[in-house]
Design a protein around this ligand. Structure first.
Ligand SMILES: Cc1cc2nc3c(=O)[nH]c(=O)nc-3n(C[C@H](O)[C@H](O)[C@H](O)COP(=O)(O)OP(=O)(O)OC[C@H]3O[C@@H](n4cnc5c(N)ncnc54)[C@H](O)[C@@H]3O)c2cc1C
Length: 387
């Protein structure tokens, strides 16, 4: 919530370039235009569509197309301009952008008053193999889950194909339960297992999450291999290693799906106001938000859509504050209000308000849906976020 006043009356129309049209970038865009509708915004993103990635595991139930918002729609809705390009940043380039307030994109010089970097965080896995029996999160951003799995099952000649999901973090677990329900719906005889390097799933969450999820996995006959590292998927088998001893072993497996989490690279450190730090000094006209940012502040730096949206909104307000008078910026203080991990279409586990406040089943699912609906409203230009 904006808690410092800001004066946005200016002589000239502000020019802002936002690099990255994900959660943070679009939150910044909608908030800039909410408070200063005449801002001239250029959105830079190599993709032609915004992906509502927090729903990606649901593509076993809904078409992937439902999660894609063409950036031409954003251009038309908000009167901004999208340039399909990928911008590279290094320390020298940032100093240069700050000094010149200029970028060169696809050979075109683009001037700006403020630059907002919101390029997200890459996923660990980008593995592929010739046999097509190894998939990663990226594959699901191109083809929906139902189509990918159906194609695999059609290709497979095994009477009881075995599918190995690797990674017991929030993404892996959400996919695991959707896959289980999808296989049940189509009456597939495929077996499902989870490989995880930790002792329990969802270790970054309160204990109750792991207990609930492992209990549900047991109920659904999903085999669990904790403290196990994935080595490789070979034809008809998966090669694994025990975490403690390093001993390698193999299990039958016809398909491996890797959900190994995010790479903490191309991260930008910022001060508490979201301004990028170079040599410990803020670049006053360059802000950063979302998964690619680490703020030196009391607020939470988790790699979540929740934080990405809050940081995006904050940098939009701080851009306007910086451009106005008296130029006092607002620090980032947002803390997570809760987190819900869905377990298929009708179950979920989460916490709300305080980490000890565990919720499961329909109440948890309802909260997740409300949060998702809030983001949809933000994209439609209606900001319902109170904090
Ligand atoms: C399956 C799944 C489920 C999730 N569920 C939840 C959830 O329930 N709740 C939650 O809070 N979080 C969830 N998350 C995490 C959440 O999606 C991320 O934290 C959020 O997307 C981060 O937003 P962002 O804007 O920083 O990055 P992104 O949304 O990843 O957007 C980055 C954008 O930048 C663009 N880009 C990248 N590099 C460049 C470049 N060099 N130049 C120009 N553009 C570039 C990309 O094309 C992309 O459009 C989930 C993630 C996944 C994968």
């Amino acid at each position: 919530m904006a808690f410092l006043p800001f004066n946005i009356t200016r002589q000239k129309r502000l020019k802002v370039v936002i690099v990255g049209g994900g959660y943070a970038g679009l939150a910044a865009l909608t908030n800039l235009l909410q408070f200063a509708p005449d801002t001239e915004i250029t959105l830079v993103d190599p993709q032609m569509q915004h992906l509502k990635i927090t729903h990606l595991h649901e593509t076993f139930r809904y078409p992937l197309a439902d999660l894609l918002i063409p950036l031409t729609d954003i251009e038309n809705r908000y009167g901004c301009r999208h340039i399909p390009a990928s911008l590279c940043f290094d320390a020298d380039a940032l100093q240069d952008y700050q000094a010149k307030r200029q970028l060169v994109l696809n050979g075109e010089v683009v001037d700006f008053d403020y630059l907002i970097i919101a390029t997200g965080c890459q996923n660990q896995e980008n593995a592929h193999n010739e046999a097509g029996d190894l998939l990663s999160l990226y594959d699901f951003t191109v083809t929906g889950g139902a189509d990918l799995l159906t194609a695999f099952l059609h290709r497979s000649d095994a009477p009881h194909p075995v599918i190995s999901v690797v990674g017991g973090g929030a993404t892996g677990i959400q996919f695991l339960f959707e896959i289980k329900q999808f296989l049940d719906r189509i009456r597939s005889k495929a077996d499902l297992r989870l490989i995880h390097s930790g002792e329990h799933v969802l270790e970054q969450f309160p204990d109750g999450f792991a207990k609930y999820v492992e209990f549900r996995m047991h109920d659904l006959n999903i085999a669990f291999y904790p403290e196990t590292y994935y080595c490789e998927q070979q034809v008809g088998k998966i090669v694994l290693a025990e975490k403690v001893t390093g001993k390698r072993f193999e299990l039958p497996s016809d398909l491996s799906l890797l959900f190994l989490g995010k790479k903490q690279q191309n991260m930008f450190t910022a001060n508490a106001f979201g301004q990028v730090l170079a040599d410990q000094k803020p670049l006053h006209n360059i802000f950063v938000a979302g998964d690619c940012s680490y703020y030196q502040s009391l607020g939470s730096n988790t790699l979540t859509a929740q934080s990405a949206v809050r940081k995006g909104k904050l940098v939009a307000r701080n851009v306007l504050r910086h451009a106005g008078f008296p130029g006092l910026l607002e620090p980032y203080l947002h803390h997570e209000l809760g987190y819900v991990v869905s377990l298929g279409a009708s179950d979920a586990v989460g916490w709300l308000v305080a980490e000890g406040n565990l919720i499961t089943g329909l109440p948890a699912l309802t909260i997740k849906e409300v949060v998702e609906a809030q983001y949809d409203l933000l994209l439609a230009g209606i900001d319902t976020y109170l904090v």
